[in-house]
Ligand binder design. Structure first.
Ligand code: 13P
Length: 252
């Protein structure tokens, strides 16, 4: 079965409440009732509720930028998978490079989060990718292996069916330096080959792998034409409806 593309906008720590609602409305209006790819927006936690209301009855799905490992309890500042489901999320991002490299999240923590989110019924977008120093030392394949092996340990086949990977080379995030289609395709092909070795051809073949890192309406068509690139995780260009919709159109 061909893999359906997904374009998701990670708004990071941006937007006021009014901007978030207007952006969600603009995306929903532009996407229409039956888009050719899946489309999701991922606002800050505090705007999930008003954005969910703005998206009600539209084709645009909702995701959260992170999730905690426990269902409830004394975990000050954290948000459980059940809370995300109740507010209307279908997706949770796990292991974004800013969480790994700015906030210090470990591979073990990503594994616990992936499990907690999938067990609760969410769909997980797991981010992986090498830093510039790792690429300069040609270590990217070892990094993919370590990150996916750690994060996916113990998942069932059914849970793999609700997992999407996002390859986000850290040197391309927010820098304007987008990976070329050839370089990104090579990385995606490698990641899929590693998943096949670890978890079998069926899981690897069905697994959507998104590209993320300075993606724009101009770079998206070339990247999305590659056989192992199944859509995009968009940062900066997802903060304006028209630039995000240009990327969505490239996935159709
Ligand atoms: P930019 O598109 O701003 O480079 O961000 C990419 C990203 O981190 C999406 O999660």
């Amino acid at each position: 079965m061909p893999r359906r593309k997904l374009v998701a906008g990670n708004w990071k720590m941006n937007t006021t409440r009014a901007e978030a609602v207007a952006l969600a409305q603009g995306v929903a209006a532009g996407v229409g009732a039956s888009p050719k790819c899946d489309v999701a927006v991922i606002p800050p936690f505090v705007w999930l509720d008003p954005v969910a209301a703005a998206l009600k009855g539209t084709a645009v799905q909702l995701g959260a930028q992170d999730v905690y490992t426990e269902p409830k309890g004394a975990f000050t500042g954290e948000i459980s998978p059940a809370m995300l489901l109740e507010v209307g999320c279908q997706y949770a991002l796990v292991g974004h490079s800013e969480r790994r490299h700015v906030i210090g999240e470990t591979d073990a923590a990503t594994n616990h989060k992936v499990h907690a989110a999938l067990e609760a019924g969410l769909h997980v977008i797991l981010c992986i990718g090498e830093t510039l120093a790792e690429r300069e030392r040609n270590l990217q394949e070892r990094v993919f292996q370590r990150q996916v092996y750690a994060a996916c340990a113990g998942l069932t086949d059914e849970q793999f069916g609700r997992l999407t990977l996002a390859y986000e080379p850290v040197w391309a995030i927010g820098t304007g330096k987008v990976a070329t289609p050839e370089l990104a395709q090579e990385a995606h092909k490698n990641i899929r080959a590693r998943m096949a070795l670890l978890y079998g051809d069926n899981i690897a073949g069905a697994l959507p792998i998104l590209y993320g890192g300075s993606l724009t309406g101009d770079s998206a068509p070339g990247l999305f034409a590659q056989p192992d690139i199944d859509g995009g995780l968009v940062g900066g260009a997802s903060l304006k409806a028209d630039s995000f919709l240009k990327i969505v159109a490239a996935a159709g």
